[in-house]
Design a protein around this ligand. Structure first.
Ligand code: MLT
Length: 267
């Protein structure tokens, strides 16, 4: 059995749980500000580090299916029968895989700056090249390549603290974890059918200036899901939970008020 994911919790332990999954090549720290705001609003927030990221050990298997199994194992460990699951970008790919495997466990899904589609051939080749670069040059090269795409131009130019915080987060991840996640994302399945079949409430959130998973991807997910709402956040690119944490938390908190409570809180 794989070791349990490293995680942290915020908010009251007896409230309904909200699990938030980070993106690539980041870790649970990307959700801290949003989690603090949700905890202050009375929610129990659980932030895992996905395998190969932050404090969770890397494995050669960085597939979305393995990561989804890890999340379900953590939910089991915490005694959560039903929970809200949110995922940012790669975390969204994992959240959709959890929805495919165990939709009955989810009270709702929050999909932040992500997509249902799988990689095409060009994207797969790009992942391979990126993995080779990370092996050769390390996480610093990955940070240099990704930062300009993660943050809005204005934030890159005027918020050196934010840029430094994101860079530090990327550098806190091991090369092996990043390489495994790149291979895992390259072979992930298309989850449009999963989202279509999932009948629970869905919130889709996207930064207006996101170029990695643009607004059209978000609109397409809203059209695919049975019961989805859309929030487009102004003044943010891909990294909405860090670029616009208060707006992101407010949108999630507002949506949570309409999500039915878990009938039973523990398994
Ligand atoms: C992420 O932010 O998690 C990644 O950019 C997702 C991806 O590379 O597909």
């Amino acid at each position: 059995m794989e070791p349990l994911l490293s995680y942290e919790e915020r908010g009251p332990a007896d409230a309904d749980a909200v699990l938030l999954l980070h993106g690539f090549p980041l870790h649970r720290g990307m959700w801290t500000a949003v989690a603090e705001a949700l905890a202050a609003a009375g929610h129990r927030v659980i932030l895992p580090d996905l395998r190969g990221h932050g404090d969770s050990a890397a494995s050669e298997d960085g597939s979305m299916t393995a990561m989804a199994e890890d999340v379900l194992a953590l939910a089991h460990h915490l005694g959560l029968q039903r929970f809200v699951l949110g995922g940012f970008s790669m975390g969204g790919y994992v959240a959709l895989e959890v929805a495919r495997r165990a939709p009955q466990r989810l009270r709702g899904l929050v999909l932040v700056d992500t997509r249902t589609g799988a990689d095409d051939e060009a994207a797969r080749r790009g992942r391979k090249d990126t993995a080779a670069m990370v092996r050769r040059e390390g996480m610093r090269a990955l940070a240099d390549a990704m930062l300009p795409k993660l943050l809005a131009k204005r934030h890159l130019e005027q918020h050196p603290d934010l840029v430094a915080a994101v860079r530090a987060m990327i550098l806190e991840n091991p090369v092996d974890g990043a390489v495994a996640a790149l291979s895992g994302m390259a072979v992930r399945r298309d989850q449009a059918d999963t989202l279509k079949a999932y009948g629970g409430p869905v919130l889709v959130l996207v930064g207006k200036e996101d170029t990695i998973t643009p607004v059209e991807e978000a609109e397409s997910m809203v059209a695919t899901a049975e019961r989805a709402g859309l929030e487009v956040i102004e003044g943010a690119a891909h990294l909405v939970p860090l670029e616009r944490a208060p707006e992101c938390a407010a949108a999630v908190a507002q949506w949570l008020t309409a999500v039915p409570e878990a009938a039973t809180r523990t398994a």
